[in-house]
Design a binder for this molecule. Structure first.
Ligand code: SF4
Length: 292
């Protein structure tokens, strides 16, 4: 059977940059601390942990003193920078430049909304590290909306400035914008709705959606490789499944099952922006073994 790896899948620019930075620092020897998973992919974390990477929870940061510390691509709230300084850590900031810029925009938006009695709304997951970092820039005052249909925290009588976590689905973001418009229409003139929309979904994510759908349609069976904690993996897999119902999600080669390929002539292997190339190659090898 023909097995093809999607050339567009794999690390996005921000994750590639952070992993490369970690790799370089680890090659110098010694431990390197990182808050949370450097990438939402267990296999890649284990590979780096084998070389000296130590993943810690954010709440444990205060206990670490004088060590080397890496901030991953998702970024960190201002409090983490302060603790790193106070504890004399050698900080290597690998925050993705796109996220960094978004953090600065959110900080400014927070000041603006304060002046006009507005509300700063972020479409994101409150537990996602990037959103935690963005919320930190907003002094914890942003309203985080996880579901386009849940607007319960938004006051329909006050202006809204809307942003998105960079890894969310564009379709859902557009639905949220539509729902907020409808909400505000109850109190404001249709032509003067006090809503400013900043579509801050990363181009590396939104650009992949149509391409991965196209890839999924071309193959009989799709095996999507991703971490179960990756928000981007969930979004992209949903698109694969929609474009090709014979799409399967795996996190490791051992999860691939021979019966998925019954009657199939081709299989496509693709993944998220947090999926390493080497892992997709191993999954492709496993498919070849099972279908030989
Ligand atoms: S998805 Fe985009 S914003 Fe997020 S880390 Fe990757 S390149 Fe940066």
């Amino acid at each position: 059977m023909k097995v093809t790896i999607d050339p567009d899948s794999g690390f996005c620019f921000g994750v590639r940059r952070a992993v490369k930075k970690a790799q370089t620092l680890l090659e110098e020897g010694g431990k390197l601390y990182c808050i949370g998973d450097i990438v939402h992919n267990r296999a890649e974390i284990e590979r780096l942990e084998g070389q000296g990477l130590v993943s810690v929870e954010r709440r444990e940061l205060g206990k670490i003193k004088g060590e080397r510390l890496l901030f991953r691509a998702h970024g960190e709230p201002p409090a983490s920078y302060r603790i790193a300084r106070e504890n004399n850590m050698s900080l290597n900031d690998a925050t993705c430049p796109i996220v960094k810029k978004l953090q600065e925009t959110i900080k400014k938006a927070r000041e603006d909304t304060e002046k006009n009695n507005g509300q700063l709304v972020i479409f994101g997951n409150p537990d996602h590290p990037e959103t935690i970092g963005l919320q930190g820039q907003a002094d914890g005052k942003a309203i985080v909306v996880t579901n386009p249909d849940n607007l319960s925290e938004i006051d329909p009588e006050r202006p809204v400035m809307l942003f998105s976590q960079t890894t969310k689905s564009t379709v859902d973001f557009m639905q949220l914008e539509k729902n907020i418009r409808e909400l505000l229409r109850r109190h404001f003139d249709e032509n003067k709705l006090p809503l400013k929309v900043h579509n801050t979904i990363c181009g590396q994510i939104s650009g992949r959606t149509p391409r991965i759908r196209e890839f999924a349609e071309k193959h009989d069976v799709i095996v999507f490789v991703g971490g179960t904690r990756s928000s981007n993996a969930k979004v992209l897999f949903r698109h694969c499944k929609d474009a090709n119902p014979r799409s399967r999600f795996v996190s490791a080669p051992g999860e691939v099952k021979a019966e998925w390929f019954t009657g199939a002539r081709s299989a496509g292997v693709c993944g998220a922006t947090s999926t390493p190339q080497w892992l997709m190659k191993k999954v492709a090898e496993r498919i070849r073994e099972l279908t030989a």
